[in-house]
Design a protein around this ligand. Structure first.
Ligand code: EPU
Length: 434
């Protein structure tokens, strides 16, 4: 297990590039099971979650080859129906195999993925949706068993307590594209990653109308074919890099971004007084050095186009060093505040009121030993470390490696001091008791 050692207080400057979106690439990999043709996927980030997905697809019988640094070829001439616990428990996103395997084979058994540190992550909407599409769905011995012999198009409503579901929408879309008849899905997620999946499916021969809206009409086709597709840029990685610029009050340009996917973050940055410029034609956003004191903000996380929950922790880190009271409310994952106790160790003033964090910004954080608990919480701790006085040690950064390709290299290129070291480089008083 590696750790990060961050020397805070460096100002950043320069240009970095965001990669392809993990949360688009994962369902896109799963979608390749819908055809026996060859799918060539470009812009795939080099991440441990992607390698997990490749491993599962190989287990299910597909040929999965990485043919370039960010290009993969997948050919699933044959597909097995069962994804076992041992593989699935390593990554929650493996639940998005349900839809394509049912579409292709008319049956599947996928293990339930198990607990998650960011809070309960039920899949009732996935199961309800498959039932509406004519499948018999059973949860037995920790597995979702689906008999899809009756799969056929129908109307389904996918809204839940917390809005639409991203991987649930991906599953329903992937099952519906090969279901006989017409499927109408209302309250479908319209995150850019879901849109990207639909665009890839259309290249494969699917008939999907209303892409990008909350209402999709899908006319089932008999079969799909291989295609070539480039994964949409990662708006969360790009947002994290822009917030790295904002928290260090530096000038940073991020390339390979689609500003239209990032309106809620840009709006929050504008309210806070972070100077920035978008160049949509050049797929680029810059934040600029400023001496001005930033202003606190009120943020509520919501499904797209609302403020993304995947940037909540990073925005909270920025507000932790923004004098005044900020209010940050989680509407997607009400318990996703594991970064707060760690930020308190760095001198942040944050109190929790239910699913809201009240952040009383301080002038400066202090470096401290902290523990990463999940992917985005880790990113928030990195940002806090960049802005803090002194040294921050972050343990369990394997969480970060699930979703950020070489974050430390990108930050160091901008002038940060982030070292990846083996666990035994930790000062002895910081080593965890086993
Ligand atoms: N929900 C239900 N029932 C369901 C499904 C979801 O109640 O059947 C609830 C969830 O508990 C949550 C809300 O609906 O409160 C949204 O969950 P959603 O299903 O949209 O989340 P997901 O598809 O499991 C994806 C991303 C997450 C991201 C969320 C929200 C992938 C692989 N994961 O998860 O990404 O936070 O959408 O945008 O796409 C991350 O990248 O760090 C990450 C956690």
């Amino acid at each position: 297990m590696d750790v990060f050692k961050i020397e805070g207080g460096h100002s950043l400057s320069g240009t970095v590039e965001a990669g392809g979106a993990k949360n688009a690439a994962l369902p896109i990999f799963a979608a390749t099971l819908l055809t026996g043709g060859v799918c060539r996927i470009n812009g795939v980030p080099d991440l441990s979650d992607i390698r997990f997905m490749a491993k599962i697809l190989r287990y299910l019988g597909a040929r999965v080859d990485q043919v370039g640094p960010h290009t993969w070829e997948i050919e699933a001439q044959e597909v097995h129906h069962c994804a076992p616990y041992d593989l699935v428990r390593q990554m929650r996103a493996s639940i998005c195999l349900l839809g394509p395997v049912v579409g292709r084979l008319r049956r599947t058994e996928v293990s339930l993925p198990g607990g998650c540190v960011i809070g309960p992550r039920p899949i009732d909407l996935h199961l309800k949706g498959l039932s509406r599409l004519g499948c018999k769905v059973d949860v037995r011995n920790g597995y979702v068993e689906v008999d899809g012999s009756g799969l056929c198009g129908d109307y389904l409503y996918l809204g839940g307590r917390h809005g639409s579901t991203v991987t649930g929408s991906a599953n329903m879309i992937m099952a519906a594209v090969l279901a006989p008849g017409t499927t109408r899905i209302e309250s479908v997620a319209c995150e850019p990653e879901v849109v990207d999946l639909c665009q890839m499916l259309v290249k494969m021969g699917a008939k999907i109308h209303g892409i990008g809206s909350h209402y999709l009409k899908i006319e089932g086709v008999k079969e799909l074919h291989g295609c070539e597709h480039t994964v949409v840029p990662d708006r969360i990685e790009a947002g994290t890099l822009l917030l790295a610029g904002a928290i260090t009050k530096s000038s940073v340009t991020v390339q390979n971004v689609i500003p239209g996917h990032m309106r809620a973050l840009l709006d929050a940055m504008e309210s806070s007084g972070v100077p920035f410029e978008c160049k949509p034609d050049q797929r680029q956003i810059s934040v600029f050095e400023t001496r001005a004191t930033l202003k606190p903000v009120e943020i509520i996380t919501l499904p797209h186009p609302g403020f993304p929950t995947d940037l909540q922790a990073q925005m909270l880190a920025l507000m932790a060093v923004t004098p005044g009271l900020s209010f940050i409310t989680e509407r997607v994952y009400p318990n996703r505040f594991m970064h707060v106790p760690e930020l308190l160790r760095m001198g942040a003033h944050v109190s929790m009121e239910g699913a809201s964090a009240v952040v009383n910004g301080v002038n400066r954080l202090n470096g401290a030993p902290v523990m990463a608990s999940d992917l985005r919480a880790s990113a928030a701790l990195v940002l806090a470390g960049l802005a803090a006085e002194g040294t921050t040690w972050i343990q369990r950064i394997y969480h970060l490696d699930r979703g950020y390709e070489e974050l430390e290299s990108k930050l160091n290129l901008l002038g940060a001091s982030v070292e990846r070291l083996p666990q035994d480089a930790l000062p002895s008083d910081l080593i965890e008791d086993s």
